[in-house]
Design a protein around this ligand. Structure first.
Ligand SMILES: NC(=O)c1ccc[n+]([C@@H]2O[C@H](COP(=O)([O-])OP(=O)(O)OC[C@H]3O[C@@H](n4cnc5c(N)ncnc54)[C@H](O)[C@@H]3O)[C@@H](O)[C@H]2O)c1
Length: 189
């Protein structure tokens, strides 16, 4: 295994609650992709029984070749849009399979469904809201936009609404409140 990958896994593992994954059957969809294969590395190292499912549409078997043959790792070359039957009971699913880049969106236009919020919020509005909800007096600093950073993003979720009857249920403010509460508990503040 590559030394940088080894160091990365050690760092993630040191912040990891081992009991959550040890001995569990964990399905990683997109498990031969960039993020999915990393997740497989971390889970295998932490004694989970990992099943990586990937149709190799953009991922590569090379990303997981070092895991093939390990007792607690299984790779299945399958398409997750089709029903899959597993021999074992699955305890946890980590879903990373997707068309992940703009290049991939173009190649697979028919398969891509956007999800997100239709409501546009500027980063300044977001920063002010975070300050307000956390009672913080942090100053907002302005820096030049990084090269090629899109100045506007607005998700078109009409396909998700039509096909899946999906729309966001939690408002930005409510989502932030929940996240702040979670961090307070986690950090024991
Ligand atoms: N890479 C990043 O920095 C980053 C950042 C934020 C979010 N994400 C999200 O994380 C997810 C994974 O990203 P990634 O960078 O690992 O992408 P990736 O393209 O490397 O991995 C996606 C994997 O899913 C597989 N896949 C696609 N369709 C499939 C199907 N129908 N059945 C089975 N496998 C299928 C591909 O072959 C690939 O291995 C994406 O949803 C992406 O938007 C990635």
């Amino acid at each position: 295994m590559d030394e940088i990958v080894r160091q990365g896994i050690e760092e993630i593992t040191s912040n990891f609650d081992l009991e959550v994954v040890e001995g569990k059957n964990i399905l990683v969809t997109g498990g031969a992709g960039f993020l999915g294969s990393w997740i497989c590395d971390v889970l295998v190292e932490n004694k989970a029984n990992v099943i990586s499912v990937d149709n190799l549409s953009s991922g590569q078997k090379g990303n997981i070749s070092h895991l093939l043959g390990k007792k607690n790792f299984k790779f299945m070359e399958l398409d997750i849009t089709q029903p899959i039957l597993f021999d074992e009971k699955i305890d946890l699913v980590m879903h990373l399979a997707s068309r992940a880049s703009p290049f991939e969106f173009e190649r697979a236009k028919e398969e891509v469904v956007n999800i997100g919020s239709e409501k546009e919020v500027t980063i300044l509005e977001l920063a002010k809201l975070v300050n307000e909800l956390t009672n913080s007096s942090s100053e907002v600093e302005f820096h030049p936009l990084p090269k090629d950073d899109p100045p506007r993003r607005k998700t078109d979720i009409s396909k998700a609404k039509n096909l899946l009857d999906w729309k966001p249920k939690v408002s930005l403010e409510e989502g932030l409140r929940r996240m702040i509460e979670w961090f307070k508990r986690k950090l024991e503040l």
